[in-house]
Design a protein around this ligand. Structure first.
Ligand code: CA
Length: 679
């Protein structure tokens, strides 16, 4: 993960918020029974303001990794030295902590592993840092020493890039750009060995090394598996030669995509990559259910006899932004709701849920790492331009934001466009001023469980079903129930039969069906909204089907069906070109006489001032067009073209043309519709 703003807004299944209806209290939710505790008895729960379940097998004696990635923290301390001379982080007594004190606090609240990303050369030719903490090996050594002094082990997360590497980009370091694959493997081997020897000389207690970060779709500029795995093997060999006790991890993401992790694990096996730990990212807002996470990790662990960890996870304590740079998890266009409360309790529940999911893998599940619990604002944004300017200056000078403008030369399409501050200040385990939240104690609390906080139902999923005339109605059999202080679960729902029978799938309209979910012997009401739309005249109007034969696409390249930014469903028609854009996408249908309306949804940006963007209808030589303006990400435009057809059997073409003279225009088209009043 990283911090760019484009992800803003989480996918929101509607939830009926029950707070207004009066809450339902659980009688007493018993913590899970201890298995494997040495005495045979569960430890005594600690008194706390948040509920955290006891999870057996998570102590130091069990060898369980309770990790935190705090890679940005050195850059924050450097920023504060210039900004106000204070160190914003405080302990629970309100005392300011120097950077060693900060690492000691993490240790004292239950963390036993620190994860640090490392970029080869995150600096431009003039020595300006790219941001994201400017974490090269020197910065990692300094932070690694603080971690070691505090009694924690260190996971070194080599990106083998000069900046962020993730599923969307795996850019080769500048210095390696012109190397052949064999030369690159040698360079990667030498670099890894050199870095680890430096860490060792500096006394840093490295326990695990990641060879690559979220290398799901590529690695270090390579996209084919013989090359990718050759590089993995080169990195692994370097780690083995430096210290055979250091665990070698390979890191992927997107556990929610069917077969994804199994496929990557098979690649590692087929190409004989020598590694110990299969690592995966898990963010609840993107990566599916915890049950699925356990299933896919267990499959890899058992098939290939590997250890597994969750190398990144997080949740937000608020939907507010702290520093003037929009956050990854934020209020979207709809009411934003999620699997957990946006609170310290919600964070604790999320962390405990992920730990339990990893423990459910069995002996092979050895750890969880929280991502960036300490990337708080360089200074709290007060809404003024002056403060924002001060923050920007600090992000630029010390690399304490997710990207500085200097990164644009290396990464023009992402950092170059969206550079700024922390997109995750609301998922820290500290508030914006640096005071620790109760959730910071979660790693300590899971070893005993807590007592003192109650669990409430906070919501039940309210499905919104969209159908086209003539479809068959299918109401869900289970709904997701969320709690104030536990992971969500799916429970059976019983729908009102009379209301369900009243839904007329042949008559366009909207219908409501009520249901009852039983939660701990209490009845909780659920609501399902059903919309039946008039059947449209276009094929594949929402781009959900892989078959695109009904569309004709002409003009500049790179425009096609993708699962980027759909208006509804999972797919859209996406366009982007680093150069100029000029293309049409259209569909031809045969219509009878009547009045028609063609419409669609479009969003996008960077088209420049002279862009020409319009929907059109062609009937013979006659063209009717309706211009629209792309004004930004998910700012949906809904152009409509009305027209008449005078006789039966006329070929009509409907489509969209986007012409932008500025480089780098991007966007998506979705939910095309061609409707008629006549039969
Ligand atoms: Ca922010």
């Amino acid at each position: 993960m990283k911090g760019k703003k484009k992800y803003l807004g989480i996918a929101a299944a509607g939830l009926v918020l029950l707070a207004a209806l009066g809450v339902i209290l659980f009688k007493a939710l018993t913590p899970s029974n201890g298995i494997g505790s040495i005495s045979g008895r569960d430890p005594i729960p600690q008194e706390a303001d948040i509920y955290v379940p006891y999870i057996a097998g998570t102590t130091d004696a069990d060898g369980f990794m309770r990790g935190m990635d705090v890679s940005s923290v050195l850059a924050l301390y450097n920023s504060w030295q210039e900004a106000d001379g204070s160190s914003h982080f405080k302990n629970f007594e309100g005392e300011e902590l120097d950077i060693q004190g900060f690492f000691n606090l993490l240790h004292d609240t239950g963390t036993n592993y620190i994860r640090l990303r490392v970029w080869n050369d995150p600096f431009d030719a003039d020595g300006n840092g790219y941001g994201g903490g400017n974490v090269d090996i020197n910065a990692a050594i300094e932070m690694g020493q603080y971690a070691t002094n505090a009694g924690m082990k260190v996971l070194i997360d080599f990106h083998y890039s000069d900046f962020w590497a993730d599923p969307n980009k795996q850019m080769v370091p500048k210095a390696w750009a012109d190397l052949t694959i064999d030369e690159k493997a040698d360079a990667l081997y030498e670099y890894t060995k050199d870095c680890l020897l430096q860490l060792k000389d500096a006394g840093v207690d490295v326990g695990m090394v990641q060879v690559g970060n979220e290398t799901t779709n590529g690695f270090c500029g390579e996209v084919n598996w013989p090359n990718i795995t050759q590089l993995f093997s080169a990195g692994s060999r370097a780690v083995r030669e430096v210290d055979s006790d250091i665990l070698v991890a390979i890191h992927f993401t997107n556990p929610e995509k069917a077969g994804n992790l199994a496929n990557r694990a098979k690649k590692l096996y087929n190409y004989e990559v020598d590694y110990d730990v299969f690592a995966c990212s898990y963010y609840p807002f993107w990566h599916g259910s915890l049950e699925n996470l356990t299933t896919v990790l267990k499959d890899v662990a058992e098939t290939y006899d590997k250890k597994v960890v969750v190398a990144e996870t997080s949740w937000a304590f608020t939907l507010e932004d702290g520093d003037g740079n929009g956050n990854t998890v934020a209020v979207g266009s709809n009411d934003t709701v999620g699997d957990y409360e946006f609170s310290a309790q919600g964070q604790a529940s999320e962390i405990a849920g992920v730990i339990q999911a990893v423990k459910n893998v069995g002996e092979s599940g050895i750890g969880v790492f929280y991502w960036e619990p300490a990337w708080i604002p360089v200074q709290v944004y007060d809404g003024t331009d002056a403060k924002l300017a001060e923050n920007r200056a600090l992000w630029e000078k010390f690399g304490s934001g997710w990207a500085s403008s200097y990164a644009g030369v290396y990464d023009p399409n992402d950092a170059g466009r969206y550079y700024g501050g922390s997109a995750v200040d609301n998922q820290a385990l500290f508030d914006f001023e640096g005071n620790p939240l109760e959730s910071l104690n979660t790693y300590k609390y899971v070893q005993t469980g807590t007592t003192g906080a109650e669990i409430r139902v906070t919501g039940v999923e309210s499905p919104v079903l969209d159908y086209t005339q003539g479809d068959a109605l299918s109401l869900p059999t289970e709904l997701k129930v969320t709690y104030s202080a536990a992971s969500p679960e799916n429970l059976p729902v019983v729908w009102n039969e009379a209301e369900a029978a009243a839904v007329d799938m042949n008559t366009p309209g909207t219908y409501t069906v009520h249901g009852i979910v039983m939660v701990s012997e209490e009845e909780v009401e659920a609501v399902c909204a059903v919309t039946v739309k008039k059947a449209g005249l276009l094929k594949n109007p929402g781009f959900e089907d892989a078959d695109m034969a009904m569309y004709k696409v002409e003009g500049s390249s790179g425009n096609d069906r993708t699962n980027d930014d759909p208006h509804s469903g999972s797919y859209s028609f996406h366009f982007y070109n680093s150069g100029t854009v000029d293309f049409t996408v259209e569909q031809t249908v045969t219509l009878n006489a009547g009045h028609y309306v063609f419409s669609l949804y479009a969003q996008g940006g960077d088209v420049g001032e002279d862009a020409n963007t319009f929907a059109y209808v062609k009937i013979g030589d006659n063209v009717i067009s309706e211009p629209f303006t792309l004004i930004g990400w998910v700012a949906w435009q809904n152009p409509e073209v009305s027209f008449d057809v005078d006789e039966d059997g006329v070929e009509v073409t409907v489509g969209v043309n986007i012409t932008a003279a500025q480089n780098g225009a991007w966007g998506t088209l979705d939910d095309w519709e061609l409707l008629t009043d006549s039969e």
